[in-house]
Ligand binder design. Structure first.
Ligand SMILES: Cc1ncc(C[n+]2csc(CCOP(=O)(O)OP(=O)(O)O)c2C)c(N)n1
Ligand SMILES: [Mg+2]
Length: 394
């Protein structure tokens, strides 16, 4: 393996789960010298799809005392269940025509919940479309998040109220925002950290490169959290990047990088918490790659069977993070089967109620939907005050 930096230890990248960490070298290597180090190898069983790369489980390290407290494990699990209930209800709302096209994140709950738990309340989160429920974990009513998918300006929220920047659909454009915000807060004397979510596809964008490079040069307090779900719509990872692990790119920016199993919430929590600690204490940015698989379609308008083998997705579905975490928590004696049933019912019922509240919200008019797009709309744009979307009752 030749990536232009010194490798230590057994660096064979095999189909067995392997965890890589780019650690600052013990001396001798230049200021921004990092060495590629295999820090753990965890058998995940045979029969996993050949396309899986970089999936493993990082040993939970210092900085994540969080991950050892049963109460925090349960909190993390409840957040994941809440995300699952939101996602499944949103998909149903789209199927019933109550919201427009929706990007499901089914299977990515461990990454999102662990990241939110790892940061502090005053830290800011910078989102792409697939993290559309993250503000809900910070108190945004789900119906308001769903109003966005009706093209309704009532779906907008005040970023400073939730510590969440608006979700960005243009890929990676929010990464420079995260760096700018983090540098700005540092200049103002704050110690907050910015955490930016982005995908494997977004990692190829110029904005991602510029953001990571600038953040490292300025030692900005930013955590770059890449959800590597191996697909960018129909583009597989093999056509996206020529490295085995996107975290390896961190070396080129002079920052630490680590790959963790994105289906293991404690692994993500450990890695992100460590990166947050480093950023807050002046150690600069880090790149955390959470490796997983996009189990669902790109969005509700997509049919992945046209471009990939859905039998592969089915194999990944068996490893989805919530059931896996529940089995672990049961083995550790923190959860009973009845607790699991009740929590899922509670979360589903809360989301059903939120769906009813969405139905009671005014349906946006064409004029409202386009009001914030252009200062001077062209004559062809909607001027009607008629509602644009049928509600379930109609
Ligand atoms: C700058 C830009 N180019 C292209 C697109 C079209 N597009 C939307 S989603 C997507 C794939 C993104 O994949 P990835 O970053 O892996 O995120 P994921 O959808 O897997 O969460 C593309 C190409 C876009 N939104 N923005
Ligand atoms: Mg992707």
């Amino acid at each position: 393996m030749s990536l232009g930096f010194r490798s230590v230890g057994a660096c064979a990248i095999t189909r067995r789960a392997t965890v890589l960490q780019l650690r600052r070298s013990g001396g001798g290597v230049a200021r921004h010298g990092y060495v590629l180090d295999v820090i753990g190898s965890f058998g995940m069983g045979s029969g996993m799809p050949a396309s899986r790369r970089g999936t493993g489980s990082v040993a939970v390290r210092a900085g994540s005392a969080l991950a050892r407290r049963p109460a925090d494990k349960l909190r993390l699990w409840k957040m994941m269940v809440q995300l699952r209930a939101y996602d499944e209800r949103a998909t149903l709302l789209q199927r019933q025509g109550r919201i427009g096209a929706y990007p499901t994140f089914w299977g990515e709950e461990a990454i999102q919940a662990a990241a939110v738990l790892a940061v502090g309340d005053a830290d800011w989160l910078f989102l792409s479309y697939r993290q559309n429920a993250v503000p809900v974990l910070r108190g945004l009513p789900p119906e308001q998040a769903w109003a966005y998918f009706r093209g309704d300006p009532r779906g907008f929220f005040d970023p400073s109220q939730f510590g969440c920047a608006p979700q960005c659909v243009p890929l990676a454009t929010h990464l420079p925002h995260a760096v700018g915000w983090a540098v700005g807060r540092r200049l103002q004397g704050g110690d907050e950290v910015a955490l930016a979510f982005f995908g494997d596809g977004a990692s190829s964008e110029g904005d991602a490169h510029e953001a990571m490079n600038l953040a490292s040069v300025l030692r900005a307090p930013v955590v770059f959290l890449c959800t590597n779900n191996q697909w960018a719509i129909s583009t597989p990872l093999s056509r996206q990047a020529a490295v085995d692990h996107l975290s390896a790119r961190a070396a080129g920016y002079g920052m630490p990088g680590v790959t963790v199993d994105g289906y293991d919430p404690l692994a993500v929590l450990g890695a992100v918490a460590e990166a947050v600690d480093r950023a807050r204490s002046g150690g600069g940015p880090s790149l955390v790659e959470a490796s997983c698989y996009r189990i669902g379609p790109h969005a509700t308008a997509d049919d992945p069977s046209l471009y990939r083998d859905e039998a592969e997705a089915a194999l990944w579905r068996e490893r989805e993070p919530i059931g896996r975490f529940e089995r672990q928590l049961q083995e550790e004696g923190h959860l009973a089967t009845q607790d699991i049933i009740e929590e899922h019912e509670r979360a589903a019922s809360a989301m059903r109620d939120a769906g009813h509240r969405l139905d009671r919200m005014p349906v946006p008019t064409g004029e409202e939907m386009t009001a914030h797009v252009l200062a001077v709309p062209p004559p062809s744009w909607p001027r009607s005050s008629a509602p644009t979307l049928a509600t379930a009752e109609q």
